[in-house]
Design a binder for this molecule. Structure first.
Ligand SMILES: [Zn+2]
Length: 62
């Protein structure tokens, strides 16, 4: 009878303005409130991800 609705995003894609950071910069997963690591004005899910991100930046710096 009732068809399952497909998941449609509430907001239209292609928004040029960046919203508040909600995803980890290292693994790009959504950050949960309980587990998050704040460093230098940015959020990561764990300290490990923060380090990963630093390493990544270092590697791409030169
Ligand atoms: Zn992460």
């Amino acid at each position: 009878m009732a068809q399952e609705q497909t998941h449609t995003p509430v907001k239209g894609g292609g928004n040029p303005i960046q919203e508040k950071q909600t995803n980890c910069l290292a693994c790009n997963k959504p950050i949960k409130k309980i587990r998050r690591y704040y460093r230098d004005g940015k959020f990561y899910c764990t300290k490990r991800c923060w380090k990963n991100y630093l390493e990544k930046n270092k590697a791409e710096a030169k």
